[in-house]
Design a protein around this ligand. Structure first.
Ligand SMILES: [Fe+2]
Length: 214
């Protein structure tokens, strides 16, 4: 006979905050230590939305209550995405103000290319692929049309910050759309062995796109 699991066995013996700040020791406005999770509401496409984020983020279901909420995680944290069932609610209209998209950061072009291939095989292709100068991104829409960005930084964080502060958007930088590229051509160049130092460089992307190669 299977041993019965007592759910209460999973309550840790004691709470374990990252740090304890006694009264009077927090004297300045704190900033978050990370972005923790997002909540998404879905109805008719609930199952597809869950599957989309499971695949896109290589996430697993931590807890599933399909009539209520499904929690997904892709690391040690208990949840990164919570998808709630909201029966009868309407989709967000086009040109609605508010949060536009969430962006998830990766470490390499190789990872982004693997995601591109995996999602394409399942019928999901990005509606935009762009070298922003500071970053390279692939913008997807989930089955309800919510935008989600898969991206990487092209430079180290503080270099990127300086790039954005002082260069991006200047007359020399040109227009944002100059960095648009064809993800299929990017995949081909990547698989031919064109180095990341070229494929992540906005000037090279512009040059290759002008030649019809990207
Ligand atoms: Fe973005």
């Amino acid at each position: 006979m299977a041993t019965k699991v007592n759910p209460r066995d999973y309550i840790p013996a004691s709470v374990a905050p990252i740090r304890v700040d006694p009264p009077g020791t927090v004297t300045a406005m704190p900033s978050p230590n990370k972005m923790h999770h997002i909540h998404i509401y879905a109805d008719q496409h609930y199952e597809e939305v869950v599957e989309f984020y499971c695949t896109l983020l290589n996430a697993e279901m931590v807890r599933e209550r399909p009539n209520n909420v499904t929690f997904l995680t892709y690391d040690d944290f208990d949840h990164r995405i919570a998808i709630f069932k909201r029966e009868g609610w309407s989709k967000r209209a086009d040109k609605t103000l508010g949060v536009s998209h969430v962006a998830f950061a990766y470490d390499s072009l190789g990872e982004l290319m693997h995601i591109y291939k995996t999602m394409k095989a399942l019928g999901h292709t990005p509606h935009r692929a762009l070298n922003h100068g500071n970053s390279t991104s692939f913008d997807y829409r989930d089955p309800d049309g919510n935008e989600v960005e898969i991206m990487m930084d092209n430079y180290a964080p503080l270099d990127n910050q300086a790039y954005k502060r002082h260069y991006q958007g200047t007359a020399d930088f040109g227009s944002s759309a100059d960095g648009d590229f064809d993800p299929e051509k990017m995949l081909a160049l990547y698989e031919q062995g064109v180095p990341d130092s070229v494929l992540l460089d906005r000037e090279e992307v512009k040059r290759l796109a002008a030649e019809g190669k990207l």
